[in-house]
Design a protein around this ligand. Structure first.
Ligand SMILES: C[S@@+](CC[C@H](N)C(=O)[O-])C[C@H]1O[C@@H](n2cnc3c(N)ncnc32)[C@H](O)[C@@H]1O
Length: 427
């Protein structure tokens, strides 16, 4: 009698495991390789076809990054020996716990979808630790804990209240701010803190909102709208350096300037082009490194929205809390200094130079401008005039603008930004 060998049955993965695998890849990219979450997204989600599942992978990774210190404290409370930071078991537990404790996934689904990620490895450990924590009925603290290095840096720069406000901001979904092409447009209802600004509390998907298709507005955080506000309206030439994806280019073009928008990134400049097309605004776009490029002639207004550590946008990009440390900040500060030095020579006598970064690090803001002014006595700070800044945002006594976690907090907060407007002496 012959017996037929049973076909080898491949274990089937629970539905949803590829999404968790992608979330794990995203965490690995941010935490081990120091990459930005958005930059790692395409490669990490390569196995996933459905856009909602790719969105879920991003949401799981982002929530894990927002809650990392608290998730790790729970994991450490349930293991006899501390798991290394990059151990696969810790990654799997972080993902399972973030889903259950922050995103409302039922515990059985959260653990069933991550266990295949540790097959042939610490499966029993992950299952055991997760089960222990669930039986204990653990919860995450209402206010998240900031990573200690970040808290220490911001405490030293801005004080304890700012650290507390930043922690509160991590837990609160940021509102949606729109900048209007025409400040008189009334197609959506919301709160307005400045001409041409609209804040929507609970907006839903952006492309579904009134006015999107006809380009009546673009998404732009309230603080991010300040640099171009300080340039104001004009009919002359404006240079927007480091311009893509173009929120500030659109503001300048809508305010009447003939804008040349320069950015080193081809992909990001393509998005700038799409944004111009959607809003029917015009600007010349140039893909170039501003350290090697020069304009044909100086301009009345020059905006430098410099590349930076981006720690001010931690609410929407929680990866910066874990990868933008001392070395990154120092490297960015050096690049900003070199860009600013070139840009200054492109301002006509009597013209304005606006320097901005979405960073909460003084090295990329206050210290940068102090050093610049020490080198260039042909420039002076030109403080905002009454009415130039959005409601609830005041200029610093030194004449620049600094928004922090805690700024307009009762109305939904804003990103952390530094903005300085400098006027070049007339010849
Ligand atoms: C803060 S983002 C700009 C955001 C943009 N201003 C807006 O409002 O949408 C900084 C930009 O600087 C660009 N960048 C970085 N280094 C550059 C360089 N050396 N020359 C030109 N652009 C650069 C990056 O590609 C990035 O798009």
């Amino acid at each position: 009698m012959t017996t037929r060998a049973k076909p080898h049955k491949r274990p089937s993965l629970p539905l949803g495991t590829p999404t968790r695998r992608a979330a794990m890849r995203l965490l690995d990219a941010v935490l081990r390789r120091g990459e930005a979450l958005e930059a790692a997204f395409t490669a990490a989600t390569r196995d996933i076809v459905s856009p909602p599942d790719r969105g879920l992978a991003h949401a799981i990774a982002a929530e894990t990054l927002r809650r990392l210190p608290d998730l790790d404290a729970l994991i450490d409370s349930a293991t006899r020996q501390r798991l290394p930071d990059d151990a696969k078991a810790r990654m799997a537990l972080r993902i399972a716990l973030a889903q259950t404790l922050a995103l409302g996934t039922p515990p059985h689904a959260a653990i069933a979808t991550v266990l295949p990620l540790v097959d042939g490895g610490p499966r029993r450990l992950v299952h055991g630790v997760f089960g222990t924590l669930m039986r204990q009925g653990v919860a995450l603290p209402e206010t998240p804990t900031l990573p200690e290095t970040v808290a220490a840096r911001w405490r030293a720069a801005w004080g304890e209240e700012t650290v507390a406000a930043a922690a509160r901001a991590i837990a609160a979904p940021p509102p949606l701010d729109l900048s209007l092409r025409d400040p008189a447009w009334t197609g959506l209802e919301g709160e307005s803190f400045a001409p041409g600004h609209l804040r929507l509390a609970d907006a839903g998907p952006v492309p579904g909102l009134a006015g999107y298709d006809e380009g009546a507005w673009w998404v732009q955080d309230l603080a991010a709208s300040i640099p171009a506000r300080l340039i104001g309206a004009g009919r002359g030439r404006a240079l927007d350096l480091c311009a893509a994806p173009g929120g500030k280019t659109l503001q300048l073009a809508a305010a009447g300037w003939k804008v040349t928008a320069v950015d080193a990134s081809k992909n990001r400049t393509a998005r700038l082009g799409e944004n111009l097309a959607r809003t029917a605004l015009s600007a010349e776009t140039v893909v170039a490194d501003v350290l090697g490029w020069s304009p044909e002639a100086p301009a009345e207004a020059v905006l430098v929205d410099a590349p930076c550590s981006a720690t001010g946008i931690f609410r929407r990009h929680p990866d910066v809390l874990h990868r933008a440390h001392g070395g990154v900040i120092a490297e960015m500060a050096d690049l900003q200094q070199r860009i600013l030095a070139r840009a200054a020579d492109w301002v006509t006598p009597g013209g304005v130079l606006v320097y901005a970064t979405c960073s909460l690090e003084p090295e990329e803001g206050e210290a940068q401008i102090a050093r610049f002014l020490a080198d260039r006595n042909d420039f002076a700070v030109m403080p905002p005039a009454p009415g130039e800044l959005p409601e609830g945002i005041a200029a610093h006594p030194d004449g620049h603008v600094r928004t922090l976690p805690g700024t307009v907090e009762a109305k939904g907060g804003c990103d952390g930004f530094f903005v300085a407007r400098l006027r070049r002496a007339s010849a």
